[in-house]
Structure formats: structure tokens, C-alpha cells
Design a protein around this ligand. Structure first.
Ligand code: SF4
Length: 339
């Protein structure tokens, strides 16, 4: 598998606080994937999104795009990275200038990256991008942000990302501020962009249900570390880590039709921090053992398409990282890669 983007043993500290630790993942160059990074507030998922987008550097580890460390890129390489890895933010209203028509946010990136050779081509590209996200150009262009609904504004932001022909869209809680009636439609549109245009989507969310509905793979974060990762069928359908089990048990199975959130996870966070050198979930874990309080669990591979950072799976092979590529593999001979 050729890697499009890799996080290699990434850690991020803010002052004395570690927001992320020991995160490794790979998105494949060959297969456009649909991957979720799930976790509650404080889990580190937004920090992970910002590192993937190159907005902040890791404190340790590397972010490698097309084989090049972000910190060693030339200006031209950095420009390509910025065009090919596009964000979609939680609150689309923040991105619009209320004094400009919405056309402005669509024209600007095209001009910045010189994507069109004429005004007519620019207009055609914008109309095509709007149509791909279910908006009628005639009903959208020429309007001010306040004249559009939250769902329409968010779709414009997705269209803006699509205009730049990205390889990856990192969508950070893209539907959390959108009416419930439109959420499924916008997520379906992301899935269509993944399938039709070959764009890998990294969907950052607190909502396991929508992750299950649209994604192939999932990485569950707890307090900045990976608790469990693998295919959504495995991780959500049959979770192996006690934290994921707790989260999934709050969703009415098997139809997964209700939004995640019945469980008061803030209680989990408030129930006491973990000591260094122990499992960070031990204070809350109903299955905690003595070893969980004296050692940090490595990542184990309980089956071929998942990893879990938990001593309950100690009999499975231990693995050093994780992979969100959609192609799950056993460790290679030198043990560097994981699943
Ligand atoms: Fe629970 Fe121990 Fe597994 Fe941590 S390592 S999740 S405390 S069983």
C-alpha cells in the first residue's frame, strides 16, 4: 500500500497537558477511504484533525504527506499539501464574512490556487461543485450568508473544499450545528464525494451512529490515546475495548438509529484521572485488573481487522501503531506496521 498521509507516533502537548499520545495512522494513496475519528470532548479528536490539516505541528512524531515530512516541505510542496488536504469545520457561519455574498468564499480559493483559466471556467467549476453537494446554483449564488440556512452554508463549505480537487477532506463535526433533518443528507453527500471523486474523508465526530452509517473504519480515542481501531463492523458491531463497549451499550442496537449520547460520558471524564504508567481508562473500567493500574497497556490485535489497547487481549499479538487505511494487514516482518 502506498501511503497518502501518515501520522507516525504523534504526540501533542499543550503546556503540561498531553492532548494526544502515540497516534499512528495511514490513509492509502490507492484507495479513497471513509474513516471516523470518534471521541467525546477532551478525547483529542479536534487536535488530531488540526495536526492532519497541518494547522499545528506535533510535539513529537511526524506527519508525512506523499512521503515528505510536513516540516521539511518546500514552499511549493506545502502549497500542494494545503490544496489537497481540505478542512470542513463545525460552524460554517464562522467562515463567512457577512458583508460578502457567498460567492466570495467560492471564488477566492480558485483564484488563490489559479485553478481556472477564465471567468467562464471559474463559474462552471463553482456550479459543478454546488450541484455535487445538492445545491442549485441559481438559488445559492448572489445571496448573503444570513439568507441561507445552516445546512446550505455547510454545503457551500463542502463545495468550496471540492473545488480545489482535494485528496483528503478532514470534516470536524460537520453536521453538529445543522438541523437534524439535513444531517443524513450532508453525510450521504460526503460518502458520494468519496465514492465518485476518490476523496478520502476523515470524519471527526462524537456520534458513533453516524460513524457506523457512513464510514468503513473507525478510531476511538479516549483521553488522547487510541482505545480501539478497525472496521466499523468490528469496532461498533462487536467492540473489544471496555470503553467502546460502554459507548456502544448506550446505543439501542441493532438498528443504531438513535444518536449516541444516552451515556453521560462527562461522568467518565470526571471520575478521576489515571496515573502515569497505567491504563487511562482504569478509574472507570468495570473489568480493571491489578496490572491495569501498574502498567500502560500496549496495543493488541485481537483479530485481523482491529486493535485494542487493553490487557484483556494480552494473548493477541501486540502491535506498535494503527492504520486507518481501509486495508487491514498483519504486522510486516520488521513489526513496524500494525493492522
Ligand atoms: Fe480496563 Fe484494564 Fe483494559 Fe484498561 S487495560 S480498559 S483498565 S481491562
Amino acid at each position: 500500500m502506498n501511503a497518502l498521509i501518515e501520522l507516525r507516533n504523534v504526540r501533542k502537548d499543550f503546556g503540561g497537558f498531553t492532548a494526544l499520545d502515540d497516534i499512528s495512522l495511514t490513509l492509502s494513496e490507492d484507495t479513497a477511504s471513509m474513516s471516523a475519528v470518534a471521541g467525546e470532548s477532551g478525547s483529542g479528536k479536534t487536535t488530531l484533525a488540526r495536526i492532519l490539516l497541518g494547522f499545528i505541528p506535533p510535539s513529537r512524531g511526524e506527519v508525512v504527506y506523499r512521503g515528505k515530512d510536513l516540516t521539511r516541505m518546500s514552499g511549493a510542496e506545502r502549497r500542494v499539501f494545503r490544496r489537497e488536504v481540505q478542512p470542513v469545520f463545525q460552524d460554517p457561519f464562522d467562515v463567512f464574512n457577512p458583508f460578502y455574498r457567498v460567492d466570495h468564499v467560492l471564488h477566492m480559493p480558485l483564484r488563490r490556487y489559479r485553478m481556472a483559466s477564465s471567468a467562464a471556467e471559474e463559474r462552471a467549476m463553482i456550479e459543478d461543485a454546488l450541484s455535487r453537494v445538492g445545491l442549485r446554483p441559481a438559488d445559492t449564488l448572489g445571496r448573503y450568508p444570513h439568507e441561507l440556512s445552516g445546512g446550505q452554508r455547510q454545503r457551500i463549505m463542502v463545495a468550496r473544499a471540492v473545488l480545489l480537487r482535494p485528496r483528503i477532506i478532514v470534516a470536524d463535526e460537520p453536521v453538529s450545528m445543522v438541523d437534524a433533518s439535513l444531517r443524513a443528507t450532508i453525510l450521504d453527500e460526503l460518502r458520494t464525494l468519496n465514492r465518485d471523486l476518490g476523496i478520502s474523508i476523515v470524519y471527526i465526530t462524537h456520534d458513533l451512529t453516524t460513524a457506523f452509517q457512513i464510514c468503513d473504519n473507525i478510531l476511538v480515542l479516549y483521553k488522547g490515546e487510541v482505545a480501539e481501531a478497525g472496521s466499523v463492523e468490528n469496532v461498533i458491531g462487536s467492540p473489544k475495548h471496555p470503553y467502546t463497549q460502554l459507548l456502544v451499550s448506550s446505543i439501542p442496537l441493532p438498528d443504531l438509529s438513535q444518536e449516541w449520547g444516552a451515556l453521560d460520558v462527562t461522568q467518565v471524564e470526571a471520575s478521576g484521572g489515571s496515573a502515569a504508567g497505567s491504563c487511562n481508562f482504569a478509574p472507570r473500567c468495570p473489568q480493571a485488573m491489578d496490572v491495569c493500574r501498574s502498567r500502560k497497556p500496549p496495543k493488541f490485535m485481537p483479530d485481523a481487522a482491529r486493535l485494542a489497547r487493553c490487557f484483556l487481549h494480552e494473548s493477541a499479538p501486540a502491535v506498535p501503531g494503527e492504520d486507518l487505511a481501509g486495508v487491514f494487514r498483519p504486522p510486516d516482518p520488521d513489526g513496524r506496521e500494525t493492522i
